[in-house]
Design a protein around this ligand. Structure first.
Ligand code: PEP
Length: 254
């Protein structure tokens, strides 16, 4: 199981460190679930230090990166920079990046290919909009996104890649995919991973669900066969809620 918190454009440096400290304090080294927090760029260094100062196994992640290592890209942050502040993960292709910042399947693919060069594990986000779901096009849309993002990607172990299925209609809306809806599309994503990486790796890659997951609905969602964790937005901003989801993952523990 893997639970990652996407803090989006929330917290300043001080409150980010406080939130990270509150989480680290209660994620024991014996926790089987992999836990990561993804604060805004400005807080990565300070949060990384707070994590390292604790005895906790919590990992640091970023919310995006540029596909080049350096150069004239005003405002952008490279994978090398993320590695230099201790990031282990990077979220790529989040629907808000696609919707508001012109992220495309092609740029997600370039970033996914680049991340390992800096020792970063990509958390690749895919998911359909409400219109696409209502037109029953979710498999077509998600299939296109997965194939495009992973084009040319090769792995030597399953922990080098994480997928996050995030139906756009469930993000920040309070509306959650039903456990059955989540399982159905996760099983479809699993089949694509098996097709590309083979049975062993494809079955072991973590596929997270994201979209209004909270402590109350986490047990049922995480109980689905192909739901291997959660990418958490709103509920990641309150230590108690986030830790409640981590506890639900621990209870399922696989
Ligand atoms: C997200 O944006 O990654 C997300 C899952 O948000 P929320 O949990 O707030 O729906």
């Amino acid at each position: 199981m893997f639970i990652a918190g996407n803090w989006k454009m929330n917290t300043d440096v001080r409150s980010a460190v406080a939130l990270a400290a509150a989480i680290c304090e209660r994620v024991a080294p014996s926790t089987k679930t992999h836990v990561a927090v993804c604060p805004p760029y400005i807080s990565l260094d300070a949060v990384g230090r707070a994590i390292r100062a604790s005895a906790s196994p919590v990992k640091l992640g970023a919310q995006d990166m540029h596909f080049e290592q350096d150069g004239a890209f005003t405002g952008a942050i490279s994978g090398a920079m993320l590695a230099s502040v201790g990031c282990s993960y990077v979220i790529l292709g989040h629907s808000e990046r696609r919707q508001f910042f012109g992220e495309t399947d092609a740029s997600v693919n370039r970033k996914t290919l680049k991340a390992p060069a800096n020792g970063l594990i990509p958390i690749v986000c895919i998911g359909e909009t409400l219109t696409e779901r209502e037109a029953e096009r979710e498999e077509e849309v998600v299939g296109t996104q997965v194939r495009a993002a992973l084009d040319g990607v090769s792995l030597t172990s399953a922990d080098q890649l994480v997928l996050a299925y995030e139906p756009v209609w469930a993000i920040g809306t309070g509306r959650t995919a039903s456990p059955e809806q989540a399982q159905a599309i996760h099983a479809f994503i699993r089949s694509l991973l098996v097709e590309q990486f083979g049975e062993g790796l494809g079955r072991a890659i973590h596929i997270l669900y994201g979209g209004s997951m909270k402590p109350s609905n986490a047990p049922e969602l995480l109980g689905q066969k192909d739901v291997d964790g959660g990418l958490i937005g709103g509920a990641a901003l309150k230590a108690d809620d986030f830790l409640g989801i981590v506890a639900a993952a621990e209870a399922v523990s696989r």
